[in-house]
Design a protein around this ligand. Structure first.
Ligand code: NAI
Length: 257
């Protein structure tokens, strides 16, 4: 028996990285999935692969730009048409830009906020009423290590991720009475195209992470997927409104020796 048998979950940014691993794990645990992303070719390939592996109709890709309210309405419509309802959401889509605050162009700041923060808000707004109609369920938002602390060079990103933690807390309080639990994952450095765009072998950056992160390595997207599964399934039935840091101990302190 899977931990998500009978569940219908929409995952944003599902075409690669953490969202892809969440899709693979959730499907293996019995969920039916709507995979939303602006990257259509890899999103469609993943949906096809999961359907071939686990049975027709297990996963469908939709073109979903999380900044567009009309895309959210269309994604919800696909979920209801294919699966009859929707009872889970993983707001995972995100973008990262590096710049010191005084050098950040306004349009860059706004673009980061638009995807990471507004996209998360629009997801909650579009999907929570559907989860309520389905009798309850879960929302997992993707914040960051920089959603709970600062880091030079990522001002727009950190601001947007702190906002995701705020949205998570407010949504949890507002939606608890409707049977919806809302939590956030706060990953540290995870080995995906976002933080490792060149696809460098983790062994090559081991020395850097040995000093930065107490556990001495970059995280794997599968490890974040396992936390998202915990927060989506019944194992977390008494948990809501919380940001969960998953960072190899980075936030706990640096290791000098
Ligand atoms: P990634 O860059 O591999 O994947 C992000 C996905 O989001 C991509 O498939 C991309 O096409 C999609 N996306 C971007 N803009 C979108 C939009 N407007 N609408 C829909 N989809 C969109 O990065 P990764 O690491 O998998 O990121 C997943 C989440 O984890 C993001 O929210 C990111 O901010 C967060 N995160 C990542 C960390 C890391 O070190 N990789 C650390 C902390 C948080």
């Amino acid at each position: 028996m899977g931990k998500l048998d009978g569940r219908v979950v929409l995952i944003t940014g599902a075409a690669r990285g953490q969202g892809e691993q969440e899709a693979r794990l959730f499907a293996a645990e019995g969920a039916r999935l709507v995979l939303g992303d602006v990257l259509d070719a890899p999103g469609e390939a993943l949906a096809k692969e999961l359907a071939e592996e686990l049975g027709e109709g297990r996963a469908v890709h939709v073109h979903l730009d999380v900044t567009r309210e009309q895309d959210w309405a269309a994604a919800v419509a696909v979920a209801k048409e294919r699966f009859g309802r929707i009872d889970g959401l993983v707001n995972n889509a995100g973008i990262l830009r590096f710049n010191e605050l005084v050098s950040t162009p306004l349009d860059e700041f706004q673009a980061v906020v638009q995807v990471n923060q507004t996209g998360c808000f629009l997801g909650i707004k579009a999907v929570a009423p559907e989860i309520e109609a389905a009798g309850g369920g879960t929302i997992v938002n993707t914040a960051s290590y920089t959603g709970v602390t600062g880091m030079a060079g990522v001002g727009a990103y950190a601001a947007s991720k702190h906002a995701v933690v705020g949205l998570t807390r407010v949504a949890a309080v507002e939606l608890a009475g409707k049977g919806i639990r809302v939590n956030a994952v706060c990953p540290g450095a995870i080995d995906t195209p976002m933080s490792n765009p060149e696809g460098v072998d983790p062994a090559a950056t081991a020395e850097l992470y040995r000093h930065l992160v107490p556990l001495g390595r970059i995280g794997r997207p599968e490890e974040v997927a396992a936390l998202a599964l915990f927060l989506t399934g019944e194992d977390s039935s008494y948990i809501t409104g919380q940001p969960f840091v998953i960072d190899g101990g980075w936030l706990a302190g640096v290791r000098l020796f």
